[in-house]
Write a protein that binds this ligand. Structure first.
Ligand code: RIB
Ligand code: CA
Length: 311
């Protein structure tokens, strides 16, 4: 069976790290590129974290590219309060000798998609600045990609970066809106789905005792978010936002979604970055994405534990 070709744009970030651990473990996936974008923490941390994570997950042959340092418009927004100043909550990874490739993320993404027309799935789990830049510089890119799976937005649930907006979309609303208007084949994995995509403390403990350094790292960094998730999402576990998007790219059957129209507010002050959709409304517009809103959580958890047992 042909492997699924994945290009992962991320802002590691602890849940980005978890997504990379899972992607690297998945036998059905071939990671053809990783790009870092400013988001959870500045690029000066997300890029080194991406390099260290590819070394840690035996992806030493996978090229890593630097993307955008700041949003298309507006001020830089970070989430160090969740991910720590270094992006990995102070957890160190083994030393390595990897360096980033010289070409920027948007050039590399276009080259990869053109090399494998219709076969590359872009998994975008940070602010969409680099993706929007790539689409702007290369108008043929949306049509070259098999699919773009995006972790972002909050449709019918409150935001996590403002009352209205999820972090990735608030960090660069113009980029998110541009990608939603791009004509690419989009799957949107918003908080509506990812808040249901969690591991319980017992499942995290099961992962920790798998014994590999990678499984222990995953369980440790995500386990530290359990109190935050309890206080902010009211769930007894660790929500896995970016792994949910990655898992959809590999196992869409775990999720429930619907074709709908989606857009992002860029003008208003209070609702800037808010994801609007007709998925739950009678006022329908032409669909531009598949919006995910539910997950088979036990199967999601089993799949994650099975993948992490591969290390
Ligand atoms: O809102 C969750 C998203 O914002 C995740 O991608 C997390 O890594 C942060 O970037
Ligand atoms: Ca992220």
């Amino acid at each position: 069976m042909d492997k699924k070709l994945l290009f992962i744009d991320c802002d590691p970030g602890i849940d980005d790290a978890a997504a990379l651990l899972l992607a690297a473990a998945a036998p059905e996936a071939e990671i053809i590129g990783v790009s870092a974008v400013a988001g959870n923490v500045p690029l000066e941390h997300t890029l080194p974290n991406a390099l260290a994570l590819t070394a840690f997950t035996h992806l030493d042959a996978v090229p890593v590219y630097a993307g955008a340092t700041r949003p298309l418009i507006g001020e830089v927004l970070t989430a160090a309060y969740v991910h720590g100043m270094d992006g990995l909550r102070g957890h160190t990874l083994p030393p390595h000798t990897r360096t980033a490739c010289p070409e920027p993320a948007w050039t590399a993404l276009h080259r990869a998609a053109a090399a494998y027309p219709g076969r590359v799935t872009l998994v975008a789990v940070g602010p969409l600045t680099s993706v929007a830049t790539a689409f702007s510089l290369h108008p043929d890119l949306p049509g070259l990609l098999k699919q773009v799976v995006i972790m972002g937005g909050a449709a019918a649930v409150p935001g996590n970066a403002s009352p209205a907006a999820e972090f990735n979309f608030l960090a660069d609303p113009e980029a998110a809106e541009a990608v939603l208007r791009s004509g690419a084949r989009l799957a949107l994995c918003p908080l509506d789905a990812t808040e249901k995509a969690y591991l319980t403390p017992e499942e995290l403990e099961t992962m920790a005792v798998l014994g590999s350094p990678q499984a222990r790292f995953f369980a440790q960094v995500m386990g530290e978010t359990v109190p935050w998730c309890r206080d902010n999402y009211g769930i007894h576990g660790a929500t896995l936002h970016d792994p949910a998007a990655l898992l959809y790219a590999l196992h869409p059957e775990l999720f429930t979604g619907k074709a709908c129209w989606a857009g992002v507010e860029t003008e208003a002050q209070l609702t800037r970055g808010k994801l609007f959709t007709d998925a739950f409304s009678d006022a329908k517009k032409d669909p531009n994405c598949t919006l995910l809103y539910d997950v088979d959580r036990p199967a999601f958890a089993r799949t994650i534990l099975d993948l992490m047992a591969c290390y």
